[in-house]
Design a protein around this ligand. Structure first.
Ligand code: IDP
Ligand code: MG
Length: 152
């Protein structure tokens, strides 16, 4: 069964253009519970680690520079079928190909500055959220009680 969490980043361009509120509105409207959220500034090393899967791509250097160009908002999202539903909500990597109504169609500036990140698998959703959130920063809707950060 598909997992109940995904991880997102509101990227620097979208933060600078005051799109945090509207993007969070779309996420809430789509039925996601925000189980963790904070604003952070990545170091170059942190951005390289986060995107290490793309380190051999020609755009890697520019992507890292973009990701450190300003603060970002990282969030842990909870919903049934979270990864797939969130990828649908954000649309294609290239905003020119994203469907109208998707977050990237509405808020992206370019293929690089494409407003948001969304995990591509349940496994990566867990890895990525663990990279940014400690157990005490996770507040799952469907897991009350102690040590709720240990869901998964
Ligand atoms: P995704 O974010 O839709 O999963 P990935 O292929 O995992 O897309 O790429 C990670 C990020 O790298 C993209 O969100 C985008 O910011 C950037 N990126 C991907 N392809 C290109 C490109 O061809 N040129 C510049 N940046 C790119
Ligand atoms: Mg990806």
């Amino acid at each position: 069964m598909a997992g109940r969490i995904t991880f997102t980043i509101i990227k620097p361009g979208a933060v600078q253009n005051e799109h945090i509120g509207p993007i969070l509105g779309k996420i809430a409207e789509a039925g996601f519970h925000i189980a963790g959220m904070k604003m952070v500034q990545l170091s170059r090393n942190e951005a390289q680690n986060f995107y290490c899967i793309h380190e051999d791509k020609p755009f890697f250097g520019e992507l890292v520079e973009f990701m450190v160009s300003g603060p970002i908002v990282v969030a842990l999202l909870e919903k049934d079928n979270a990864v797939e539903d969130f990828r649908k909500l954000i649309g294609s990597t290239d905003p020119k190909k994203a469907e109208p109504g998707t977050i990237r169609h509405m808020f992206a500036q370019s293929i690089q500055a494409n407003a948001v990140h969304g995990s591509d698998s349940d496994e990566n959703a867990i890895k990525e959220s663990e990279y940014f959130f400690a157990g005490y920063e996770k507040f799952y809707k469907d897991k009350g009680g102690c040590l709720q950060g240990s869901m998964q």
